[in-house]
Design a protein around this ligand. Structure first.
Ligand code: MG
Length: 280
């Protein structure tokens, strides 16, 4: 695969991604896939999806897990509901992530990713230790399937993520770097963060956003890639500096407006193609 193949975030019946047909119309060679609902995660569905990918000439690079009951309505709602941090749903969601990993394996995909949730900053507290343990469990399960686990950025600062990665201590644990999320959650300047995380960055989202008036207390605003505060060109330059040569997966979270979503992703493809020529 050539350096920085372009992709889009896609979905089947759940999540915020575009349909496979749209990815094909946009003309990208790769996708990340939001994991479909449980009823769709069968061997038959995996075989059918693999066949469609082959027909479209699209390669799957990552399966993203997500769960019923997650809410991104506000930063506080996401703290209370997202990922493997909330204690009440942790065991069931761990089991579901393992099922998603099995589905990814059926699709021949060796990367699984998720929003882990808001990891506590206090590395001595019980919740931090519990989230480390559940992540070790998930990494070890992934290891048995020949898979890496990528943590979506956003809820933690780069330093917080580095401390958590060190505490987990598994060599198949990496980062899916989403520069917009650093801004939307108010967790740090994304270019500085990508340089700090360096070799841990194994996949990225090309997504953009604008800082909130009160970062960390209220959401920033997601906007088309190239139109926000990320600085698309500087982001790609920073990726080049850290030696990142993996996929650039465009994410635009406006599934309620699929026509606009398709147009804006198409514009992002054009922008990135131009920047690639300038930078590489
Ligand atoms: Mg993302």
């Amino acid at each position: 695969m050539s350096k920085w193949p372009l992709g889009v975030f896609a979905s089947v019946d759940a999540g915020l991604g575009v349909k496979l047909e749209i990815a094909s119309e946009i003309g990208v060679p790769i996708i990340q896939l939001h994991a479909p609902s449980r009823a769709q995660r069968t061997a038959e569905q995996a075989a059918a999806f693999t066949k469609r990918l082959g027909e479209f000439g699209i390669e799957l690079t990552c399966v993203f897990g997500g769960f019923d009951g997650e809410s991104y309505a506000s930063i506080q709602a996401s703290q209370e509901t997202v990922g493997l941090v909330p204690a009440a749903t942790r065991a069931a969601r761990l089991a579901e992530m393992k099922d998603i990993a099995q589905f990814a394996r059926r699709l021949g995909c060796d990367v699984v990713a998720l929003h882990l949730g808001f990891i506590p900053h206090d590395t001595q507290c019980d919740v931090f230790r519990e989230v480390v343990a559940v992540t070790q469990d998930l990494c070890d399960h992934g290891q048995s399937l020949g898979q890496n686990l990528h943590l979506e950025t956003g809820q933690e600062s780069a330093d917080g993520l580095l401390a958590f990665h060190a505490a987990v201590g598994r060599d198949n644990l990496f980062v899916n770097f989403d520069p917009a999320n650093m801004i939307l959650y108010g967790t740090g300047e994304p270019l500085e963060a990508v340089r700090k995380l360096g070799p841990l960055v194994r996949s990225v989202h090309c997504k953009d956003g604008k800082w909130a008036a009160n970062p960390g207390k209220e959401w920033g605003q997601e906007v088309p890639f190239g139109e926000g505060d990320v600085n698309a060109r500087a982001f790609l330059v920073a990726l080049n500096e850290i030696g990142y040569d993996g996929p650039l997966t465009i994410e635009r979270e406006i599934p309620q407006d699929p026509q606009r979503q398709k147009e804006e992703i198409g514009a992002a493809v054009s922008l990135i193609e131009r920047l690639k020529k300038e930078i590489l």
